[in-house]
Design a binder for this molecule. Structure first.
Ligand SMILES: [Zn+2]
Length: 502
């Protein structure tokens, strides 16, 4: 057994190289180690679990602890027993799983909550008695634990101390390979979280380019356009938004060509800091604006996940990057910008800049890649946040099939989305240009989406507004505080399903 475990661990090390923020170690073994400082057991009245064995060993102490806590075994309930009788562990965490079979998102969330229960308690080595779970279930628990344990500690004096989790499972190699796929997705999520969490001065469009280029070693083709080239191609809207900053705008194309199919395109909004421009934001609203590039981060994270798992798909991400800053060179209200699509836009608000960078980015990817489908993802509007809050993403599309696919994918990976309407195009009418860049009050999430719709041509398209989803104020389930990486799981799941459905 020892030899096998060592072999598995070395496989792990090999897998982990490309990850940006992995601190936890996961192992899968056939037995529950007695050497760990912590034991996690599950209590389920309909299924025999490791609980019975350890309860017996402790001479019934675990059962007594459960009744002292009036533990009813429901999903997501916990009882912790310190210094358990006749057991070598410092603590035993008893986890309720309810009596129904747990779904994929429930397992991931439960893993996240287990990690939360074990945080800040001088724990370094955890054994998880997970033999009654099947291969996929055990790997999803590990996935949830790892997602919640992510910690952006770059600027903290005290660094995050990773733990080792050893799962006892029926089939070690099958669980390991199921987990390997999830680990690739995690690598994309962690990249998106890193980018979202990073301080805005440390993550300008130029720094984003540097991060994108790191995906070259996974076989991703990276192309970068600078302001001069952007302007030369007529992408004046993208160019204008970054004009007030030191380095100007960038367009980054990350192409992962894992098949010969027509590419799926993802356009991401990458405003690395949004001051609002000349129509500057208030002190309250400006403070979270390092996260206004979370759409681009999700797009790049998705490419990383797909490339890392060697998925047989053809996906191109195009990211419009700019810092929306205030200077004498900034674009100003009343300006009329000519997009590469040929439509002119009257600037009615310099803070509605995301749709400008997306308009040209979407044109670019249509023109150069002829995608079979185009999805854009953006922290776009306060209107979306007010309508759907921080838990749901907003989706907009006239393609019923795409709406169905995204709704399904979102549910199955704990990144739920809710459809909002397109429409109110008359609110975008301008006396001087083809469009205004804002509506006239009212449904701002819808008018922003309808603005984008003018730039998608005949390509089937779906818009995801993730305003409010990108930066969590408090942790929950598998999502830690700070950058969430929202969209990476959703997009990856959708792309893999969409591909299989064809
Ligand atoms: Zn803005």
């Amino acid at each position: 057994m020892k030899a096998k475990l060592a072999k598995l661990s070395s496989f792990f090390v090999a897998l982990s190289i490309s990850h940006s923020a992995i601190a936890e170690t996961f192992k899968f073994d056939t037995d529950v180690s007695e050497k760990s400082d912590t034991l996690v057991v599950f209590k389920n009245d309909t299924k025999p679990t490791g609980f019975t064995k350890f309860d017996k060993k402790s001479e019934g102490q675990l059962t007594r602890a459960l009744s002292a806590n009036k533990f009813d075994g429901s999903y997501n309930s916990f009882v912790e027993v310190l210094a358990p009788n006749k057991l070598s562990y410092n603590r035993v965490l008893i986890v309720g799983t309810g009596d129904k079979a747990l779904t994929k998102p429930e397992l991931t969330k439960l893993g996240g909550n287990i990690a939360a229960q074990l945080t800040g308690k001088h724990i370094s080595d955890v054994s998880i008695a997970a033999k009654h779970f099947d291969t996929n279930q055990a790997s999803l628990l590990a996935h949830g634990i790892n997602l919640r344990s992510y910690n952006f500690d770059k600027y903290k004096k005290e660094k995050h101390q990773g733990k080792t989790y050893t799962f006892s499972v029926k089939d070690t190699s099958a669980t390991l390979s199921a987990y390997a796929k999830l680990e690739h997705i995690q690598s994309g999520i962690f990249l998106a979280r890193d980018l979202t969490n990073e301080a805005p001065t440390e993550l300008t469009p130029v720094d984003f380019v540097t991060e994108a280029k790191k995906l070259k070693k996974l076989g991703v083709e990276i192309k970068v356009l600078k302001p001069k080239q952007i302007k030369k191609l007529g992408m004046n809207a993208l160019e204008a938004v970054g004009r007030g900053s030191i380095d100007g705008s960038r367009l980054v194309v990350a192409h992962y060509e894992g098949s010969n199919d027509a590419p799926i395109a993802i356009a991401g909004k990458g405003i690395t800091f949004d001051s609002g421009g000349i129509q500057i934001k208030t002190a309250e609203h400006i403070v979270r604006m390092k996260s206004d590039m979370a759409g681009a981060a999700a797009a790049l994270g998705t490419i990383k996940a797909l490339a890392a798992m060697d998925a047989k798909v053809n996906v191109v991400a195009v990211m419009g990057l700019a810092e929306n800053m205030v200077s004498e060179k900034s674009f100003i209200p009343g300006d009329v910008l000519t997009t590469a699509e040929g439509l002119t836009v009257e600037i009615t608000n310099t803070d509605a800049e995301g749709r400008l960078v997306l308009a040209d980015s979407m044109w670019y990817v249509r023109e150069n890649f002829e995608p079979s489908v185009l999805v854009d993802i953006a922290t776009l509007t306060g209107g979306k946040y007010r309508a759907l809050g921080t838990k749901l993403g907003g989706i907009f599309s006239e393609d019923e099939q795409l709406v169905k696919e995204f709704t399904y994918a979102g549910k199955s990976v704990n990144e739920p989305v809710w459809r909002l309407p397109l429409g109110y195009k008359e609110m975008l009418e301008s006396p001087i240009a083809d469009l205004r860049n804002t509506g006239k009050g009212g449904p701002s999430a819808t008018t922003a989406a309808t603005f984008l719709q003018q730039f998608v041509g005949e390509t089937p398209w779906l818009h995801i507004d993730i305003a409010g989803n990108a930066l969590a104020a408090s942790p929950s389930g598998e999502v830690p505080v700070g950058g969430t990486g929202f969209g990476v799981r959703l997009l990856t799941e959708w792309i893999l399903n969409h591909h299989e459905a064809k």
